[in-house]
Design a protein around this ligand. Structure first.
Ligand code: FAD
Length: 263
């Protein structure tokens, strides 16, 4: 079984985000990028399935320009066998559905049996692309999974359902699973891995290669538009509580109860 891992590059979590003039997108100049942290769990799970003899190949899929290649190489250095990058001028301005259509077409073309994604991309944060990919592939889908078992043609996925309740979902492959923190501990690339990754292929696919056209993806096909992005309000300054320890603690408790209303 081939495992496909959807790997998105996102601004590093310590990057200062700036919004463009018409409030429709973030500015990407001077931004440091990294692999979406949740996608690292997805990649690690794919690599572990291959090590356990349950996957024949781990292929990463990324929809992005060539500027994403260092992140893709990082995935290859950690152990992915090869990568597919979907890149076409016709993709510019795609919404989540357009992104999902392109990813689903590429995953289908490779005959992937299990798709592992992050639970959300920490930039767009919509968490909808994997569900759309599953629908387009006609595959089962479970989100926010923190324990996964594959046996033959079936899967068992576990997720936290809130209030300490665990949900166990069983189904048949093919499936799209979104990966949450706790699923595993992602590995780092080793020096031999980095050297090997230089020779691993990144196949660049155009829309035509995937049987897609302008009516499927890109600005002309959006069903959702972003038109009012903005920075969160500035945080108020911290407050120092003076006095001796006993009175400071009782004042802190009062503030937490009466003002912050958290206790
Ligand atoms: C120039 C530009 C214009 C845009 N215009 C619009 C617009 O008009 N309307 C709109 O709704 N959005 C727009 N977007 C946002 C873009 O479409 C979102 O990035 C997309 O919808 C994915 O949503 P998300 O990032 O929240 O992913 P999520 O759904 O949160 O991602 C979940 C998981 O899906 C996978 N995944 C998601 N994206 C990718 C990817 N690119 N490659 C590989 N795996 C991926 C990853 O595994 C990820 O962890 C625009 C973006 C750009 C750069």
């Amino acid at each position: 079984m081939k495992v496909g891992v959807c790997l998105k590059q996102v601004p590093a979590t310590d990057t200062r985000i700036r919004i463009n003039g018409d409030a429709t997108a973030i500015l990407t100049d001077d931004v440091k990028f990294e692999i979406n942290p949740y996608d690292e769990f997805a990649l690690e799970e794919g690599l572990r399935l291959k090590q356990a003899g349950k996957a024949t190949e781990v292929i990463t899929f990324t929809l992005a320009g060539a500027d994403a290649d260092p992140r893709i190489r990082d995935g290859l250095a950690r152990g992915a066998d090869r990568a597919v990058r979907i890149d076409d001028p016709g993709l510019a301005g795609s919404d989540a559905l357009g992104v999902a259509r392109a990813l689903a077409a590429a995953l289908k073309a490779e005959g992937v049996g299990l798709v592992l994604c992050g639970r959300q991309a920490v930039d767009g944060d919509s968490g909808v692309v994997p569900a759309m990919v599953a629908e387009l592939l006609g595959a089962a889908q479970v989100s926010w999974v923190d324990k996964l078992t594959i046996e033959g043609g079936s899967f068992t996925a576990q997720r936290a359902a809130g209030g300490g309740v665990r949900e166990v979902v069983q189904g048949a492959l093919p499936a799209v699973i979104t990966c949450d923190k706790g699923l595993n501990e992602p590995r780092y690339a080793t020096l031999p891995g980095i050297m090997k990754a230089k020779a691993k292929p990144i196949a660049v696919k155009k829309l035509g290669d995937l049987g897609l056209g302008g009516g499927d993806v890109g600005a002309g096909a959006v069903v959702v538009t972003h038109n009012n992005m903005g920075q969160p309000p500035a945080r108020p300054a911290g407050r120092m509580i003076g006095g001796d320890a006993a009175s400071a603690v009782s004042e802190l408790v009062r503030l937490l109860r009466d003002e912050a209303k958290v206790i």
